[in-house]
Each structure stands twice: as C-alpha cells, then as structure tokens.
Write a new protein. Structure first.
Length: 256
C-alpha cells in the first residue's frame, strides 16, 4: 500500500471539490444546451429552432396600449415551446413582435426587453441587473408552480404581465381582467419581499435573421440562469490550481 501524506490528502479533497464545482457551474448551461462564457453575448451562443408552441397552463387576454408600437390585444401566459432541443418553457419579453413558426433562436443572456423600431434606430429597453434578477425570479416562480400543477391561467397571465411591468416600467400601459389583477397583486407583493441573492441574468431566446436577412419572431426568456462571471472566474482559477497540483504530484512521484 502506498502511503499518502496530509498534503496529498488535501490535494485529493481539492480535486474532489473542484470536480463538484465544475458539475454545479456547468449543469444549468448544459441543461439549456449551451456554454456561455463570462463575456459571451447572444451572437456567440448556440441556437435552437422553435417549430410549434402552446400555452402551458392556459392564458388570459391582455390589451397593451403603450409603449407605441406594441402588439395590442394578446393572449398572455407561460409558453410551452416545441424545439429542436426538446420542450422548453418560456415567457415573452418582447411586446413589439409576435411568435412566428418556425423561428431560429440564438441563446444568450437577457440584456434588453425588445426593439420597438426594427426598421430604424434600436430602442432596446436595456435591463439593469435588478430587473434581470426580478425577471429571473418571476419566470422561476411560475415554472415551479407549473411543475407543481398549481399554475392557473389567471396566474400564468399575471406572471407574464409582471415580467412586462418589470421590463418596461412606467412606459408599459395595459388593461387586464379582474382575475389576472388579483393574481398580479399577490405576485407583486411576493416579489417586493423576495430574496434575489440567488438569482442572476436569465437565458434569453432571441430571434435570428432568416435567409432573406429579416428578423421575425418574439424574444423570450426562460428560468435558466446564465452563469455568473464571478463563478466562472472561480472555476477558471480552480482549474489552473488543479493543473498545477497534478503537475506537482507527477514531479514528486518521479523524484521518488
């Protein structure tokens, strides 16, 4: 039996911990079918093709009157998307365009809500980190409720409206029915007291240009987080340390 020093035991523990860290950091990205680096944007991400969609838990009618260029009266709720990467659950963040079948989506961090002037200068409604975390929380709560079979049509629509409220702020003006408003009041209260420390920038599905160079489709958001830069930096440092540890152990064994 080969003796193992205390330092080597520490090395084994470090490698085990790094292995666990690698699995934790990559799990969310792998589940979404991509790896996003600390500086990657939608252009650098992979793509999926959405071929069909339905409402996962029903929908309610919402009339959007502002901002200018919004799509008017729509059915609002959590989408179930049939895609080349399996079924996805997502909400709309873009109130200026409608879903189109099929659509090729680029996958990347949600940094803006939507462009009201696709033919002119972009007005992208950029999102702050607080807005991103709030949208992530809302999508996550709704999808969790759906998984628990407790998401009603009114509450599904209310989560969608809450995401639009967060994304567009005072620029967003809408009319909803009483059932959706009651559910929305409860969601807004919960969001106001929510601990957002465990939430981050959510994954966006952004329509890509078609063969004619036109972008048609609606930007969506999921409850999958894009890995935090600090987490990725920690992973990188850990991998460097792991490589150095392995080299050191090889040198030590050779010397013996």
């Amino acid at each position: 039996m080969i003796g193992v020093s205390a330092g080597e035991r520490l090395g084994f523990l470090s490698m085990g911990a790094l292995g666990m860290m690698m699995r934790l950091v990559t799990s969310a990205a792998v589940a979404a079918g991509l790896w996003v680096s600390a500086t990657a944007g939608p252009a650098a991400a992979s793509t999926i093709t959405m071929t069909n969609y339905s409402f996962a838990a029903g929908s309610q009618s919402v009339t959007i009157t502002q901002p200018s260029g919004a799509i008017g009266t729509v059915s609002a709720g959590l989408f179930k998307l049939n895609t080349s990467a399996g079924d996805w659950l997502a909400f709309c963040v873009d109130i200026f365009n409608v879903l189109v079948k099929p659509t090729v989506y680029g996958l990347g961090p949600l940094t803006s809500a939507g462009d009201s002037t696709p033919a002119g200068p972009p007005v992208d409604y950029p999102l702050t980190l607080t807005q991103q975390k709030q949208i992530h929380w809302l999508a996550d709560q709704a999808i969790t409720e759906y998984g628990n079979s407790t998401l009603t049509a009114a509450k599904s629509a209310a989560y969608q409206v809450a995401i639009w409220d967060v994304a567009y702020g005072s620029a967003f003006v809408r009319t909803i029915n009483s059932a959706t408003q009651t559910a929305l009041n409860s969601i807004v209260t919960a969001l106001g007291s929510a601990d957002l420390s465990g939430y981050w920038v959510p994954l966006a599905l952004t329509p890509q240009a078609n063969s004619q160079g036109l972008v048609k489709g609606q930007k969506l958001v999921t409850n999958t987080p894009v890995p935090e830069p600090a987490t990725l930096a920690l992973l990188g440092a850990g991998l460097v340390g792991l490589a150095a540890l392995r080299r050191s152990r090889r040198v030590t064994r050779t010397a013996h």
